[in-house]
Design a protein around this ligand. Structure first.
Ligand SMILES: Nc1nc2c(c(=O)[nH]1)N[C@H]1C(S)=C(S)[C@@H](COP(=O)(O)OP(=O)(O)OC[C@H]3O[C@@H](n4cnc5c(=O)[nH]c(N)nc54)[C@H](O)[C@@H]3O)O[C@H]1N2
Ligand SMILES: Nc1nc2c(c(=O)[nH]1)N[C@H]1C(S)=C(S)[C@@H](COP(=O)(O)OP(=O)(O)OC[C@H]3O[C@@H](n4cnc5c(=O)[nH]c(N)nc54)[C@H](O)[C@@H]3O)O[C@H]1N2
Ligand SMILES: [Mo]
Length: 686
């Protein structure tokens, strides 16, 4: 993107027309980024709490009451002293870092911070809240998480958006899809919610949540039995296709229909069209893997392009992510070798999805200090009530480094001001395309804001850590990241990135737009133990999972006994105009999202005497939330939906994650935001 700076102030932000993927436009929220950078509500100085935890100002204005401004020196000194004292009393594992997607810049996401926590001997964090089930599922087939590049979607004739809200969450792919459609391509959307993407599609399949494994296996049933598979590709490049062929016989369309809610005819039609309208492509996104069986769902769907051999075609294959191709040197950035060895083992790992448990249950050692950066767990983490109960513990010392006074800041002892990407330099990889990018610093930091790397550098100094790596500059760390054995990084130096802004990974060709299309698996190239695409996996078998694939309904779904008490499947969704909980507090964006709604089908509403606009109570064993009923056509019977927001901006001060659970997915120990049962009733004030 291009930022215009006049007299030190950013005055304009626009897409870069020279960028081959984003091609000159920004999404609705980033287009308003100037409002974010210059918002009067930013955290500008380090502060310490002078009022009880949880004292919240109802608005998103800077709460002056609970906070007293302090110097950076005092802030870092206080944190270091606390870390020293809890480590002395409880061991250094009583300190827990908590970070995720605030920035995906290579340095801000994971470099100096990891060095610091490794050296400190803090608990490790399993960063599983978003994508681990899917990443593990796709790697079980291919050994690496990468797929078709976005540019090739323009060449497809049949596009399946599978659990992928492209128009809402991935807008830069959309123009390529439009181009394909102008050339006659058909767009099919498989999503229980009628998203913006579904509303634009040629065919929307509102599948029952959590039943995609059955659909993928059912499609392969039709494809094999009608001889539409690519025998040659399967024989040359895959392992276990006979086992797969046998397995899918258990999934005839009639049976798949009962699970998925689709008609058997539609299962057959989808399979036939997918196998014959070529090239056909799948944009699989992460929605499908926020189910309890999300790893298996991703695995089963990921097999489809092998079965029809579409990896050979420009405009074929599948994209879940492109991140696996970068192979930057994370070890050099994160320095796991610094880990304190005095325990005789690695420090324990705590799963970020289970923060509520980690803070409340008896743990040895207990979590006594929490350092949150790049994340807003008091909004995004499942089982919100438990998270808040933990954050309220008077004996827990919490630091939050953020740009805004988020929900989590309301429970912090110390808040530190963070820069935005306007205010620091970064190296950026991607998960939706194959360009490596440099983002330059455009303006001076606002107030006393500091980038993540400077905060952890300062803390390392206060802790007396003497290793040289704590003195590395941003440029030095970028160079270290680029020093990697990955051949696709050949010729991609920091200097070149500074000069050109973005450079395509070096797959061959000349590295510029118009060079060779990237066909990752046209002739094999898998990174599995066998070197083949593993349609049968010994590793899965060893974990007690089906080595091919198998449909197991989520514990919280209409197919289980819990549904008697809580019969509605909840989709606790992201908003099209926010980024998880980021941007939700910006007044320019708020009007784009109607807040506090529970969407439900007319039948479910009528059965409960609920009319459009009524106040309703949605609840399960974990909690309850009051919302306003929106009775409309976005969900099918049996499904309700609501959107993620800051808790303190939702009436009642709680957000939709009061209903979601800490249950982990079948693979990757990921979150299961989309496997949640609830009941809904008219709200009757007592
Ligand atoms: N505008 C906007 N863009 C974003 C984000 C945002 O918050 N807002 N978040 C960013 C992040 S962190 C991520 S990970 C990506 C995620 O991008 P997506 O993977 O597209 O993420 P989701 O919106 O979680 O899920 C996609 C769709 O899956 C559907 N879905 C839910 N359960 C099922 C199911 O069982 N089967 C099927 N077939 N579909 C199901 C949901 O209704 C949803 O529309 O988006 C990124 N982009
Ligand atoms: N119910 C429900 N819950 C969900 C989801 C869902 O679909 N439904 N989606 C899940 C998914 S896919 C994801 S990825 C997670 C995301 O969870 P988080 O990674 O916690 O995402 P955000 O809510 O965007 O919060 C990021 C915070 O980092 C701050 N930040 C931004 N840049 C920087 C920086 O450079 N430094 C520092 N220190 N802070 C910075 C932002 O201001 C923001 O407050 O949420 C998950 N939670
Ligand atoms: Mo995510």
């Amino acid at each position: 993107m291009l930022i215009t700076v006049e007299n030190g102030r950013a005055t304009k932000i626009q897409g870069d027309p020279a960028h081959p993927v984003t091609r000159g436009f920004l999404c609705a929220k980033v287009a308003k980024y100037l409002d974010r950078v210059y918002s009067p509500d930013r955290v500008l100085y380090p502060m310490k709490r002078v009022a009880p935890k949880g004292s919240v100002s109802d608005k998103n204005v800077q709460p002056t009451q609970p906070w007293q401004r302090i110097s950076w020196d005092e802030a870092l000194e206080t944190i270091a002293a606390k870390f020293r004292s809890v480590a002395a009393e409880f061991g250094s594992e009583s300190i827990l870092p908590y970070s995720y997607g605030g920035t995906l810049g290579k340095l801000g996401y994971g470099s100096m911070d990891r060095r610091f926590f490794h050296r400190l001997g803090a608990s490790q964090l399993a960063r599983t809240i978003c994508a681990e089930a899917g990443a593990t599922g796709i790697k079980s087939v291919y050994g690496v998480n990468m797929g078709t590049e976005p540019e090739q979607f323009a060449k497809s004739k049949y596009i399946i958006a599978w659990a992928a809200n492209i128009h809402g969450n991935n807008i830069h792919l959309w123009p390529f899809i439009e181009e394909a459609r102008r050339n006659g391509a058909k767009l099919v959307v498989i999503d229980p919610y009628r998203t913006r993407t579904a509303a634009c599609a040629d065919w929307h399949i509102p599948i029952n949540p959590g039943t995609d494994v059955a659909l993928a296996l059912g499609m392969m049933h039709v494809i094999f039995n009608e001889n539409l598979h690519d025998q040659d590709y399967l024989e040359r490049y895959t392992l276990g296709f006979q086992e797969l062929r046998k397995k899918v016989q258990d999934y005839p369309p009639e049976k798949v229909s009962q699970w998925t809610g689709m008609s058997a005819d539609d299962v057959v039609k989808l399979a036939r069209e997918y196998a014959t309208m070529r090239p056909s492509i799948i944009r699989l996104n992460y929605g499908v893997q926020r189910s309890q069986n999300g790893g298996m769902a991703t695995r089963a769907i990921a097999m489809l392009p092998c079965v029809i051999g579409s990896w050979k075609e420009i405009g074929g294959g599948l994209q879940l992510s492109t991140s696996g191709a970068y192979g930057l040197n994370n070890t050099a950035l994160e320095r796991p070798d610094l880990m304190d060895k005095s325990l005789g083992r690695e420090a324990r790992t705590i799963n970020m999805v289970e923060l509520g448990k980690a803070l409340n249950e008896v743990n040895n050692p207990p979590v006594k200090a929490l350092f949150v950066y790049n994340s807003n767990p008091a909004a995004v983490c499942p089982n919100h009530n438990e998270v808040i109960r933990g954050l309220l513990r008077p004996d827990l010392f919490t630091v939050v480094h953020d740009q805004f006074f988020t929900d989590t800041v309301d429970y912090a002892d110390i808040v530190l001001p963070a820069t935005t990407f306007f205010e620091h330099k970064e190296l950026q990889s991607a998960y939706g395309h194959y360009y490596l990018q440099m983002s330059n610093q455009a303006i001076d930091p606002m107030g006393e804001c500091r980038p993540n790397i400077e905060v952890f550098r300062g803390l390392a100094e206060k802790m007396g850590f003497e290793e040289d790596c704590f003195h590395d500059t941003a440029d030095q760390m970028m160079d270290q990241a680029l020093q990697s054995p990955n051949p696709w990084l050949k010729g991609l130096s920091r200097e070149r990135l500074e000069e050109e802004g973005q450079v395509r990974l070096n797959f061959g060709g000349n590295g510029h737009p118009g060079s060779e299309p990237f066909l990752p698996y046209a002739t094999g190239g898998f990174r599995t133990p066998s070197g083949k695409a593993e349609l049968y996996s010994e590793a899965l078998k060893a974990q007690g999972l089906d080595p091919v694939a198998e449909f197991v309904p989520p514990d919280e779904s209409r197919h289980t006994a819990t549904a008697k008490r809580f019969p509605l499947e909840l989709l606790a969704r992201k908003a099209d105009n926010f980024l998880n909980s980021t941007f939700t507090n910006l007044p320019v964006l708020q009007p784009l999202e109607a807040q506090g709604l529970l969407e439900m089908h007319t039948e479910d509403a009528a059965r409960r005497g609920i009319r459009d606009g009524d106040r309703v109570r949605a609840f399960n064993r974990r909690g309850e939330i009051q919302l306003k009923a929106k009775v409309n056509g976005s969900v099918s019977p049996g499904v309700v939906a609501a959107k993620l927001n800051w808790a303190k901006l939702t009436p009642g001060g709680r957000n939709i994650n009061v209903l979601t659970s800490e249950k982990l997915s079948d693979m990757g120990n990921s979150a299961t935001f989309y496997s949640v049962l609830v009941e809904v009733e008219l709200f009757r004030p007592v």
